[in-house]
Design a protein around this ligand. Structure first.
Ligand code: SAH
Length: 388
């Protein structure tokens, strides 16, 4: 596949030069090399459409030739903005929405923020699309609290979007006054609509606000969660722990087949989202806690709490030896490990298997075609001689 941005050092698609079938082969082999000694690795689940899968786009504003407002991504390893009109990974509707945002911002004579001088107004634009709902959120990140002529901007944006036949459901201004490469600041103002969009994943509906964590590849996330819940072999009687639960998606997907779901997540905003998501989906058997997963499970295990199944979906750094120690104390029948980094998964598997958990098997799922990353679902069961 060809991409003009690659030659300009975009860096976003390191595997683009390879056929998709070859990419899958390489990812599967890499996973097998890392975790194969613990159990069989099933064929990788490839994406039906390996392009345009990103339902979230972040664009950075800059001044182009003649002072024209452009937006795009930083070239690899630099702070130089590479203007992007379209991208092979991004949802094509969002590319068009971004054109509308640039057109409206230019009409309002908004200036891009200049990192070195600390001048200008517009820093970034974050776009998100609910793949099932079709709803689109526009988040304009500004370098000052006041967006002059905000009403005119919204009016212009809606008109530009309509002209291009794309929807804009809500518009939020986020201000980030700090000199940082972190995109979003703490403060937000809803300029139009409700400030969130809805999307449906595995039969549950989620409200996504600008800062909610949400998997970027909708269809492959359904494959991933489907495999994870299947691996849990729930019968409706189980107490299920969803550790590192984000906005509660895995636990809520499993909730209809479990007695009780308990989710634990460090990020407080995500936990609030999880609680709201349970309520809106009328899920009554799920509770969520804002805590460090290791600390929470250690205290829960010491207090004699038990879980029949533990889902764990840690960040790239993986879990901790103390977390795994406490898993063993809780002695669940099954552990379903969902990993975005097979290297740390392999490290954690050494500890889990030493505690008497046996890996039944692993299934890699390609959530990130054209990049080197993939996810893995691992199903583990507690063997008789486990050392809890
Ligand atoms: N299961 C969710 C999120 C997975 S990403 C999903 O599928 O969408 C990993 C999550 O772990 C993130 O939400 C992150 O905020 C959370 N996290 C990171 N460190 C943590 C810790 N020490 N304790 C609990 N959660 C943590």
């Amino acid at each position: 596949m060809e991409c003009r941005l690659k030659a300009k050092k975009c860096g976003g698609c390191p595997m683009l030069g390879l056929d998709y079938a070859e990419q899958l082969k390489q990812k599967e082999a890499a996973v097998r090399k890392l975790v194969g000694k613990y159990g069989p690795v099933a064929p990788i689940r490839g994406a039906e459409n390996p392009c345009h899968y990103r339902n979230k786009v972040i664009s950075t504003f800059a001044a182009g030739p003649g002072g024209k407002l452009v937006s795009g991504i930083y070239a690899a390893g630099t702070h130089k903005v590479l203007p992007v009109e379209s991208c092979l990974l991004q949802d094509e509707v969002l590319d068009t929405v971004m054109q509308a945002v640039r057109a409206a911002a230019s009409t309002c004579r908004y200036q891009p923020y200049n990192e070195d001088k600390g001048t200008g107004l517009l820093r970034h634009c974050l776009l998100r699309r609910g793949v099932v709902s079709g709803q689109v959120m526009v988040v304009l990140v500004t370098a000052q609290p006041v967006l002059p002529g905000a009403k005119n901007f919204v009016r212009a944006l809606l008109a530009e979007a309509e002209k291009r036949h794309v929807p804009v459901t809500t518009v939020v201004q986020n201000y980030n006054l700090r000199r940082t490469s972190v995109v979003l600041g703490e403060e937000e103002k809803v300029l139009y609509g409700k400030g969130f969009i809805l999307d449906t994943l595995c039969g549950k509906t989620y409200a996504l606000s600008p800062r909610s964590f949400y998997q970027i590849n909708h269809d492959q996330t359904e494959v991933l969660y489907g495999l994870a819940v299947e691996a849990a072999r729930l019968t409706g009687k189980e107490v299920v722990l969803d550790a590192y639960c984000g906005i509660g998606t895995i636990g809520l997907t499993a909730s209809g087949r479990a007695k009780q779901v308990v989710g634990v997540e460090l990020n407080r905003d995500a936990v609030w989202d999880a609680i709201g998501n349970a309520r809106h989906n009328d899920v009554k058997n799920a509770r969520f806690f804002a805590a460090d997963a290791t600390q929470w499970i250690t205290e829960a295990a010491a207090a004699g709490q038990r879980a029949d199944v533990i889902f764990m979906d840690p960040p790239r750094e993986g879990s901790t030896p103390q977390f795994i120690e406490s898993v063993a104390r809780m002695a669940p029948k099954r552990v379903v490990y969902v990993s975005c980094n097979p290297e740390t998964m392999a490290r954690d598997l050494a500890l889990l298997t030493a505690k008497g958990y046996r890996a039944e098997g692993f299934t890699p799922v390609d959530l990130f075609p054209q990049t080197a990353h993939c996810e893995v679902v691992g199903a583990l069961t507690r063997s008789q001689k486990s050392k809890g």
